[in-house]
Design a protein around this ligand. Sequence first.
Ligand code: WT7
Length: 647
Amino acid sequence: MSNVFNPKSEIFKNPAFGSMEEYKNLVEKFDTDYEGTWASFADEKIDWFSKYDTVLDESNAPFYKWFEGGKLNVANQCVDRHLATKSNQTAILFEADNGESEHITYGELAIRVNKTANMFKNEYGISKGDRVVIYMPMIPQAAVSMLACAKIGAIHSIVFGGFSSEALRDRIIDAQAKLVVTADGAYRKGKPYMLKPVVDKALESGCECIKNVCVVKRNNEDITWVEGRDTDYATMFENQSEEFAAEPMDSEDPLFLLYTSGSTGKPKGVQHSTAGYILWAQMTMEWVFDVKSEDTYWCTADIGWITGHTYIVYGPLAAGATTVMFEGVPTYPDAGRCWKMVEKYKINQFYTAPTAIRLLHKMGEDEPGKYDLSSLRILGTVGEPIDPPAWKWYYEEVGNSNCSIVDTYWQTETGGHMISPLPAATPIKPACATFALPGIVAEIIEADGSAVQTGEKGFLCITKPWPSMIRTIWNDDERFIKSYFGDCKKDGKPVYFSGDGAMMDEEGYITITGRTDDVINVSGHRIGTAEIEASVKKCEAIAANAVVGKPHEIKGEGIFAYVVLKDPDSISKEDLIKEINKILKADIGAIALCDDIAIVPDVPKTRSGKIMRRILRSIAKGEEITQDTSTLEDPSIVGVIENIVKG
Ligand code: WT7
């Protein structure tokens, strides 16, 4: 396998970028006139109710403002404005766990969004600026609820359905939400699973802000019903009007909050804007996925993550494509499910995570060959660095060496793609995110802004504000500044630091090397070590603990905990893992379980008491310790721990 793969130009018709020449021209245009170039895209792409006055306001950095004075509505941008030309085109193509499908046209979607917006407004008193928590399975009502919030101007906060009642409660309270939209449950692997009981439990304490729970009956399993609080979605929905006048929103009004992990125990409510967010969601759909209105596009993410927001709902609908929503899992009834769906719906773009690719490779190496996958043009990956063997299988077996792979690097905070190949233009290298997209100024630097050598690791920063960037952390401006603008400077000015390391090769290709902070990436899910440690600490037998990521065959990274027991012989390792995971499941959810632990006499701390996680990471990986251990309170502990881990 040679190292560079040129796009097969014959599979693309009218791509946004047909060559690197075109890419470079636009980069240059942004270079010469940054604001003007952004403005030209905003003018072309957005259906403004009234036009903005300024493009970018940097006067209160890092609280950047884009397209101030403009009025628009994201539900209009994603649905209503398409009605004249696409009312009979499928907007959402839903495939249930059991394989049944439902085609929802743009016309039908508009009606459902309006009825739901009326329901939220009339039945629950939701109005502009109110927060609505959505705790839903992957069913069309989830997307409809998002768009209904957007239509009203309410701010949604989706909580991933795998999060526990504690995690849900914390997010409800932080956002001071008025309404929870949920479902009794849904289906996974042929069996019903439940969500409503988790909501009930979350609301037992401290969620006085919640006035109502709106419940979609999906699996019709038994649930408890709190009279006066709980209401049935279908009943409420039925008699609503099919008309709803979209709220004219300011460009900078918040569109949604999405909680993500940081390096402290408390999740951060990442706040996104209206105009800048939807502009970039749509542009990247067109650039990176080459999406055309006749295309059927499938992203396997859950709507509870940013990928589901930008690249299942907002991006594809703003671009006027058909977006697939899938209730089930990729391995049921077998590891050919995804490929069967690609064949069935003639999917053109398929977007998933490296962890899923590794799993499907392992469980069904030959499955892709059993289906006609010739409709595919683009294969996407996101969430963590993809390893070369997984990349190769994806390219050769799924893509038949004919598709472009887009390794898209971005984050909850960036709103949309930052670094990615352009499918008809960029010669790709395996497991490499390649180049920053036009309009995005990504630099790999030292913390003081000095340049790093080619091939050396540095901090990945975005050194100019961009339209879809995080606006603040909900209710915590200070933490916003500290988290993203506190570590790196360029020309003396704080710049956005992603938390990731990266390096550039001689040809300017960027490879992401992973998080440099205390965040673990488990199956593409971001989990803060501090959050996990706080939970592990609740375990009766444990005196102290430190948690790190450890390479894992399928998950990318797994969770590895070093624990110090109060009484060394009080509990067996197996029982302790069970105890810890019980607590983690209740506190965070099943995505945050520990894979392994080491019972150690102490954890390495500096004289000021800070745990040296870097050393623990190296030990968990089985790497040689190269770090300076002289600042440790007790340097000899390193060898002791190493011996325990090696067994
Ligand atoms: C973190 C963001 C953005 C959607 C999914 C996760 C890692 C993301 C890549 C990639 C290497 C990647 C980074 C980033 N990441 N994409 N293509 N190559 N690493 O969103 O939960 O906000 O996590 O995921 O470490 O900081 P998120």
